[in-house]
Ligand binder design. Sequence first.
Ligand code: ZN
Length: 80
Amino acid sequence: MSDTFQMTPPRERRREPHHCDCGARFEVGHYGDPQETAIPVAVKCPRCSRSHTIAVPRGTEKDLLVELAPGPEPETGGSG
Ligand SMILES: [Zn+2]
């Protein structure tokens, strides 16, 4: 754990986990209020740039942070 104090706003960016068909997991961060009306927005997978439609609180669609989620990739079972 490493926290550094900086000149940042007190509110914390919410992170919502998503996953892509390519196997990547990514998080979409925003400062929106979850009780605000959700609207659909298109984001791109950080790995393969595939387009995903997700729902975020209204007003946050212009300030989204999309980044790969930490951790190992989930195993993909099965063949074919
Ligand atoms: Zn992807």
